[in-house]
Design a protein around this ligand. Sequence first.
Ligand SMILES: [Zn+2]
Length: 426
Amino acid sequence: MNLRTLTIILAAVTVVALCVCAVFVAVLLPQVIQRASPAIAPPAQNPTPRAQATAGPAPTRPAKNYTNDFPRHLLFALDTESATEIRQVSLVIQVDGIQTSSRYLPEFAPSKKVSLVYDFDLQKNYLPPGVMGDFWWVLKDADGKETTTAKERFRVDEPVIQWKKVQNSKIAIYWYSGEQNFGQAIFDRAVASLALLEKDTGVTVDRQVQIFIYGNRNDFLNALGPNVAGFEGGRTHPEYSVVLIDAGARELTYARDATTHEMTHVIMHAKISGALGEFTFPHWLDEGLAMYYETTPGPLGAQFSIPLKKAIDTDTLLSLRSMAGRFPIAQVDLGYAESYSAVEYFYRKYGREKMQQLLLAIKAGGDFDELLSKVTGLNTDQFENEWRKDVGAKPRAASTATPVTGKPTPFPTFSLSTDPTATPAK
Ligand SMILES: [Zn+2]
């Protein structure tokens, strides 16, 4: 097996892994922020701590002691003393983009002088690199008086890796393997795809997407935290707007495609998710959009175009309805290829205004079939037959055109959207 063949196989495996990664995140890491003891009331609607009150305990120095020891720990240290005994200390952590803060109660012996380190265990409460936020302490003394320390910033990151970085306000590419032109090429492609994505869909990016490209597989696996599926080639955290990709300096094409693909997912999920948390965004449309912006400009790669052509020729295309929730495990490439093809057809036939209308309708909520009908005049089966005709496939038989499972399955990772309901207690 030559290197090129191996690379193609690896790329195929990693593309597949990337696109199921969001599902893995949903299943394995439903929440990484853990609320602390239920005995403590959630932080009042007062995320901005007041300056330290004169009456309560006073930290002897600013609570600036934050040590990043990713991927094992974040260490938050406090030194404080008070005229009266300090009975309770809580650490409050507020992650950017997550509306619920979390409180943690370090164990300590009540005293007038308290010196402690709270070990935030990333193996239990995983946070990916790039996550930023505020932390502060709430101290309560024997008289019940409370002091809240000033907010301090923290950032989760690799303590050893020396990242190179190219960024603008919407995208940041971090890498360490490969020269400047490696990261720049990925960045340039992401910027171009994002411009197209914004123009076509009307989305605007209001939270920078951070993409970390690991040039070494061990580094990558190490960064994933405790729940690692051995085949993963990337992982997307839409709730933090963070993507981790495993791609070496000689895999520029793959790194570029994967970056664009996952960036599209992150942006679309953030934009389409609404306050209700109930969505009908079929998997084929989600992946079709990601494939479209990954692929444009240029034709679909052989990994996908070959199974697509074969399925058209042998009349074995998967139905769009059957791909509402996920792709059949043995036909993943065909699933991606058809999704791309259906989205590409949609743009060609109906144009970007109709796509914008469809996405806005999905954001507002409702049954996907009804939304599609409202925008195009066709339900999923009718749209599918139009698309089949366009690609040269036979119309589907009436019997198989009948939906087997009824309405499309909501896409599972929407529970990980940036909407504020996504932080239940563990
Ligand atoms: Zn995908």
